[in-house]
Design a protein. Structure first.
Length: 159
């Protein structure tokens, strides 16, 4: 009986899955990153999805009526994302998780005033509704105010 190390085989199969799930002519390079915040981030949102792993599934959308913009705060690199997706010990196995900064377009005072007045629950509803309407990502969204964020754009639990 020959023992075969299965880790390289698993990694190759994940790479093959990632390659086959990419559309022809489309190539994006994403890596494990904590991005610096954009100018005046108002909120941060965590998006969990069983289908959509790539950040462009969310950053390219139109978030009306406030015209919100999402930019990546933290996006785990591919192997880590697949590990979390397949890890049987995780409570939320089968979900890709990433976090995003939420901002208004530069100079859009109406967006700024309305989003701050209505708060993170309203922003969460807007983001969730637009993801549901514009994609088939089967995503869930949680948002909070951007002040006192900790690692990977999560809110400080002591606030």
């Amino acid at each position: 009986m020959i023992a075969i190390n299965t880790l390289p085989i698993l990694l190759m199969s994940f790479i093959a899955i990632a390659i086959t799930s990419t559309k022809a002519g489309e190539f994006t390079f994403e890596y494990n990153s904590d991005n610096s915040p954009p100018h005046n981030p108002l909120f941060a949102c965590e998006i969990k999805s069983t289908k959509c792993r790539r950040s462009y599934h969310y950053t390219r959308l139109n978030y009306h009526p406030l015209d919100l913009k999402l930019s990546v705060c933290y996006n785990p690199f591919m192997i880590k994302a697949w590990y979390h997706y397949l890890n049987f010990a995780r409570k939320n196995r089968g979900e890709f998780v990433s976090t995003y900064y939420v901002t208004c377009p530069l100079g859009d005072k109406q967006c700024l005033i309305e989003s701050q007045r209505k708060g993170s629950n309203y922003v969460q509803e807007v983001v969730q509704a637009e993801i549901d309407e514009q994609t088939d990502c089967n995503a869930s969204v949680r948002c909070w105010e951007a002040k006192n964020l900790v690692e990977h754009c999560y809110k400080n639990q002591h606030d």
